[in-house]
Design a protein around this ligand. Structure first.
Ligand SMILES: [Zn+2]
Length: 681
C-alpha cells in the first residue's frame, strides 16, 4: 500500500478564514482524509500558515504593528478555528519556523548549485528615503488605462487592468510618498519556459490529463500562452533570506517558499513523533501527493511547484490536485475588505454545536466544477428540510418506536423488504465510495442522504406503528432493518458529518471502531443489542437567526478585521428616496434608563428607554462597544415606529440610531437641552 501525503492550501496569515476558504479546500481535504483513514490508508494530512510575502508587511503597516505580530495573531486565530471546526490535520505548521527556513533554503541552494536559475539584472523601483526596493504593491500611481490616481504597481483595482510598476504615471512610494527611482537589482529566475520543454515535464503533463477538468483547463491554458522565466527571489525585508553570496536584502519569493512548507510540515510532524526520518517515505518512491486547493492556486500547484520538485529530484510529483472553483455569498463575490463574508470563527461562536450544519451546507453546494453561491436562506433550508426533516426524522422515528415497543433492545428478524433493501444500500455504499475516490464530495454526500430517504420511505411504506396493533410480529423485522440503515448511515456519514455520526453511534450504542469496509456488512446490529437513549440530532433554524446573519453582511465592525489595504471605507450613497419615505419614520429623542447584557449574546444589550411616549424595551447590538453601566442616562435618537421584533426571545420595540466610524460606534445625540419625546426631522 502506498503512503499518501495530503495537503490543504496554506492559509495566508493576514486575516481570518471565511467559508469560501473552507469550501474551497479545507472541508474537501478533511472529508477525503477521514474517508481514507477509515479505509485504513497510510496517510499524513498537513497544512500550516503561510507567513511571508508583501501582503503581510502591508497589513503590519496598516495596523501599526510588526509583521511578526500580524502572523502570530492570525496563525493563532486560524489554527484555533480549524481545530474547533474539526478539520483534522495531523499537523498544522508555520512557514516562519526555523525548520521551514532551513528546508526552503536548502531547496533553493540545490537548484542554485545545479545552475538552474537564470541570474538577471532588472530595473526596479527603489525608495531612496526609505532605503529599500519597492514591491509592486508598494508603488501607487495613476493608471494609464483609466486615470485612477490610486492604482497599484501590479493592478488597477478600479478598471481591473494588470500593470507593471513602470506602467504607472507619477509613481509614488507607499512607504515615504516620495517618487521612487529605478535601480538595477539582481534576481534569480526559474526558467519555466525551458523546463516545460523537458521530457520529464512532458511525462508529468500526461498525468494532468486525468485530473479535474477545471484544473486541466488552467494547466493547459498557461502552457498554451507560453511560460516565461519567473523570479524566485524578491527585494524585500520580510521572508526567508536567499542563501547565496551577494543576495543580502533579498528573500525567497513567497510562492517559492510556501509549497515547500508542505515538506517542512511533514518533517516537523515526524520530528515531534520522535521519528525524524519518517517523513521521507511520504515524499519519495511510490508515495502519493494530493494537494487540495482553490482555483487561484492552480498554477502554483500544477506547474511551478511540480517544476521545482522535478528539478530538485528527491521528491515525488503531485498525484492529483483536486482544486475547487470559488464560493460566492448571497450572489456576490466574497470580499474581506467589504466584510462580505461569513467568518469561520464567528460562525463557531454564534452557532455552537452546529459545525455539521455548516459542513453539510458547504458540501452540498461545493464549487467542485464551477463557482457556486452560499445563501443563508439555503443554509436554513438545508438544515430544516434535509438534516432535520429527512435524516433527523428517520433516526428519531426508529429510535422512538424502538423505545416504545422494545425498550431499546434490538428484537432481530427481517422485514419482507429485507433483500431489496440490502441490495439498494449496497448500491448506494458502492456509489458513495466511488464518488469519494473521485473527489466528488457533493454527489457523495447527496447519495448518503438518499440512504436516509430510503429509510424514511421504507417506514412510510410498511407503517410499523399501524402493524403494531394488527400484526405485531412483523414490527420486529421492520425496525431491525431500519436500525441497520441507521448504523450504515453512521459509518458512511463520518467523513461528511463527524459530530453527528458520533452522536448517532452513541444513540445506537455502537462503538467507534468501524472501518469503511464494515458498511458493506449486511447486519450491523443483531438481536439483543441494547440501544442508547434517543435524542434529536438536529433542530430547526429560525427565520430570526437567518435574518440577523443576512443583516450582518457587509457591516464593518472592529472585531472583523479587514485584511486588505483599503482605507477609509465610506459607504456609497444609497438609492434615492422621496420625502414621504422619510416622513414615515418617527424618530424621537430618548434617554436610556436601564441597560443590561442579554444572556448568551455577546453583542446585545437590553435597554429600557424613555421615549417621552412610554418607557419601552429596545434590544441593541452594541454590547461589544459599551458597558451597560456607562450608558445609563445617555441621550439617544430612537426610531419608535419600527415594527417590534424578537431578539433572543426579547421583544425589541424600536431602534437606537448609531454612527459608525472606523469600526467604533457612537450614539446619535439629539443634543443638549432636548427632552425625551421631541421629534427629530
Ligand atoms: Zn485603471
Amino acid at each position: 500500500m502506498s503512503k499518501k501525503l495530503i495537503t490543504a492550501a496554506l492559509p495566508y496569515a493576514n486575516g481570518p478564514i471565511h467559508i469560501g476558504h473552507v469550501a474551497g479546500c479545507y472541508l474537501p481535504a478533511d472529508i477525503y482524509t477521514r474517508f481514507e483513514r477509515m479505509r485504513g490508508e497510510d496517510l499524513v494530512f498537513v497544512c500550516g500558515s503561510d507567513e511571508h510575502g508583501v501582503a503581510i508587511t502591508m497589513k503590519a503597516r496598516k495596523e501599526g504593528v510588526t509583521p511578526q505580530e500580524v502572523v502570530d495573531k492570525y496563525n493563532a486565530q486560524i489554527s484555533d478555528a480549524f481545530e474547533r471546526f474539526g478539520i483534522r490535520f495531523d499537523h498544522f505548521s508555520r512557514t516562519s519556523r526555523p525548520i521551514h527556513h532551513k528546508t526552503a533554503q536548502e531547496f533553493f541552494r540545490k537548484l542554485y548549485d545545479k545552475g538552474l536559475f537564470i541570474e538577471k539584472e532588472t530595473d526596479q523601483y527603489y525608495d531612496e528615503e526609505a532605503g529599500q526596493f519597492l514591491a509592486d504593491r508598494y508603488i501607487v500611481g495613476t493608471c494609464p488605462v483609466c486615470s485612477n490616481e490610486n492604482a497599484y504597481g501590479d493592478q488597477c483595482e478600479k478598471c481591473g487592468s494588470t500593470l507593471s510598476p513602470t506602467d504607472l504615471i507619477n509613481p509614488k512610494s507607499a512607504l515615504s510618498g516620495s517618487a521612487p527611482v529605478l535601480k538595477k537589482a539582481v534576481n534569480w529566475f526559474l526558467p519555466m519556459d525551458q523546463i516545460a520543454e523537458s521530457p520529464a515535464f512532458k511525462e508529468y503533463a500526461k498525468r494532468v490529463e486525468g485530473w479535474k477538468s477545471n484544473v486541466k483547463g488552467q494547466f493547459k491554458s498557461w502552457l498554451n500562452e507560453g511560460l516565461q522565466p519567473r523570479a524566485m527571489t524578491r527585494d524585500l525585508d520580510w521572508g526567508i533570506p536567499v542563501p547565496v553570496e551577494g543576495a543580502e536584502g533579498k528573500v525567497l519569493y513567497v510562492w517559492f517558499d510556501a509549497p515547500i512548507g508542505y515538506i517542512s510540515a511533514t518533517k516537523e510532524y515526524f520530528e515531534q513523533q520522535g521519528n525524524p526520518d519518517g517523513w521521507k517515505a511520504y515524499w519519495e518512491g511510490d508515495a502519493e501527493l494530493i494537494h487540495f486547493i482553490g482555483k487561484d492556486n492552480i498554477v502554483f500547484h500544477s506547474i511551478i511547484f511540480p517544476m521545482m520538485l522535478m528539478e530538485h529530484g528527491d521528491f515525488v510529483l503531485p498525484t492529483n490536485v483536486p482544486a475547487n472553483e470559488f464560493l460566492n455569498l448571497e450572489g456576490n463575490k466574497l470580499s474581506t475588505s467589504r466584510n462580505w463574508a461569513v467568518w469561520l470563527h464567528e460562525y463557531l461562536d454564534e452557532f455552537p454545536g452546529k459545525n455539521d450544519e455548516l459542513r453539510y451546507t458547504l458540501t452540498s453546494i461545493a464549487p467542485e466544477t464551477k463557482d457556486s453561491d452560499f445563501t443563508w436562506k439555503d443554509y436554513q433550508l438545508k438544515v430544516n428540510s434535509e438534516l432535520v426533516a429527512i435524516l433527523g426524522n428517520f433516526v428519531n422515528r426508529v429510535m422512538v418506536l424502538m423505545q416504545k415497543y422494545y425498550e431499546g433492545q434490538v428484537p432481530g428478524g427481517v422485514s419482507e423488504r429485507h433483500t431489496e433493501l440490502l441490495a439498494e444500500q449496497a448500491k448506494q455504499t458502492a456509489q458513495i465510495t466511488k464518488l469519494l475516490e473521485s473527489y466528488r464530495f457533493r454527489d457523495a454526500q447527496s447519495e448518503w442522504m438518499n440512504m436516509a430517504r430510503l429509510g424514511n420511505k421504507f417506514l412510510a411504506d410498511l407503517e410499523p406503528w399501524k402493524l403494531w396493533k394488527t400484526e405485531p410480529e412483523k414490527v420486529a423485522g421492520i425496525l431491525t432493518d431500519a436500525l441497520n440503515i441507521c448504523a450504515r448511515l453512521a459509518i458512511l456519514g463520518e467523513p461528511f458529518l463527524p459530530e453527528t455520526t458520533q452522536k448517532l453511534k452513541q444513540q445506537l450504542g455502537l462503538s467507534d471502531k468501524f472501518t469503511w469496509a464494515d458498511a458493506g456488512k449486511a447486519e450491523l446490529m443483531g438481536a439483543g443489542h441494547q440501544l442508547g437513549a434517543p435524542f434529536l440530532l438536529f433542530t430547526n433554524i429560525d427565520d430570526e437567526i437567518i435574518e440577523k446573519q443576512i443583516a450582518k453582511l457587509g457591516q464593518m465592525t472592529e472585531a472583523q478585521n479587514t485584511p486588505t489595504e483599503e482605507t477609509n471605507p465610506i459607504a456609497p450613497q444609497k438609492a434615492e428616496i422621496v420625502y414621504d419615505d422619510f416622513a414615515k419614520m418617527d424618530i424621537r429623542a430618548g434617554i436610556i434608563l436601564e441597560a443590561v447584557k442579554v444572556p448568551k449574546a455577546d453583542k446585545l444589550l437590553q435597554l429600557t428607554v424613555d421615549t417621552g411616549l412610554d418607557k419601552r424595551t429596545i434590544v441593541s447590538g452594541i454590547a461589544e462597544h459599551f458597558n451597560p453601566e456607562d450608558i445609563i442616562g445617555q441621550r439617544v435618537s430612537v426610531l419608535v415606529n419600527l415594527a417590534p421584533r424578537k431578539l433572543r426571545g426579547i421583544e425589541s420595540q424600536g431602534m437606537i440610531l448609531m454612527t459608525e466610524t472606523d469600526g467604533k460606534l457612537f450614539f446619535v445625540d439629539p443634543g443638549e437641552g432636548t427632552t425625551a419625546g421631541s421629534g427629530i426631522s
